[in-house]
Write a protein that binds this ligand. Structure first.
Ligand code: MF3
Ligand code: CO
Ligand code: CO
Length: 263
């Protein structure tokens, strides 16, 4: 129930971890091509995080998760486990989710990659998912209720006919991988806690092309859409500032500001 408001020392460390997480997504981009083996992608990220970044891939061993990153392809909603028998193929849409632990603090981000030429609807799904996340950045500031975030994502998604996954949400982050508050990606009237300066949390909408229902696979991690339709996700770690927010996991090539002024 208690939301931890971060002090300057903590914010400094979360900024470092977040930047490292975003840099892994930049680094791996060139490997996200047809015929790349998924375990190879996991290995490259693992090695980069440990050797180049001197950091810890937070997913590895988290509640028994067996790999260093998540790769979720096509109808996989989230928590896809990279497998050595699996290869990227033409037309795939693939989410890579990276969480870094460094100096005792976490940073968490994910994005979609397009493998070769993808279908128009797949592209549209990814674009709307990304846009729904970006629109929330224009709303965030101290004093607004948390459910404005879900409301914004819902409004943007509704127009498209796509659906929002309800089972997984964004989360406070800092000394813990997942902490209060929960950030729902749909509107909930009871989620009316007010945002405060120096809160840090992720927003990570998962949007399905078809119905919103998901199923957990036998490995107890991989989540798929029930109707086998495509699913997309983008995730950023956000700091609430006095006048808006900062996107701590912003990548260099991403066409959004690092800092939003919403007063
Ligand atoms: N990074 C995911 C999130 O956004 C969590 C992955 S947990 C794992 O919260 F164990 F599957 F890696
Ligand atoms: Co997250
Ligand atoms: Co994540």
């Amino acid at each position: 129930m208690k939301i931890h408001i971060k002090n300057q020392e903590e914010i400094k460390k979360i900024k470092i971890s977040s930047k490292l997480a975003s840099e892994v997504l930049e680094m791996i981009s060139e490997y996200m091509t047809v015929n790349t083996n998924l375990e190879k992608i996991n290995k490259i990220c693992h090695k980069h995080i440990i050797e180049k970044q001197n950091a810890i891939p937070a997913c590895l061993g988290y509640r028994g998760y067996p790999k260093s990153i998540c790769i979720s392809i096509n109808d996989v909603v989230c928590h896809g486990i990279p497998n050595k028998k699996q290869y990227l193929k033409e037309g795939d849409i693939a989410n890579v989710d990276i969480t870094i632990l460094k100096n005792g603090y976490y940073g968490d981000t994910s994005k979609m990659f397009f493998i070769g030429k993808i279908k128009e609807t797949a592209k549209k799904l990814c674009e709307i998912t990304k846009k729904s996340l970006y629109l929330t950045f224009k709303k965030i500031k101290p004093g607004i209720p948390i459910n404005i975030i879900g409301k914004t994502i819902e409004q943007e998604t509704k127009k498209s006919g796509f659906s929002i996954v309800k089972e997984y949400c964004g989360h406070g982050i800092g000394k813990n991988f997942h902490e209060e508050p929960q950030i729902l990606h749909y509107y909930n009237r009871y989620q009316n806690t007010l945002l405060q300066e120096n809160m840090v949390f992720t927003i990570e909408p998962m949007i399905n092309e078809g119905k919103s229902y998901v199923k957990l696979m036998k490995d107890n991690w991989t989540v798929k859409t029930q109707d086998k339709s495509l699913s997309a996700q983008y995730e950023h770690t956000i700091l609430v500032t006095k006048t808006g927010c900062k996107i701590l996991t912003k990548r260099k090539k991403e066409k959004i500001p690092y800092e939003f002024n919403n007063i």
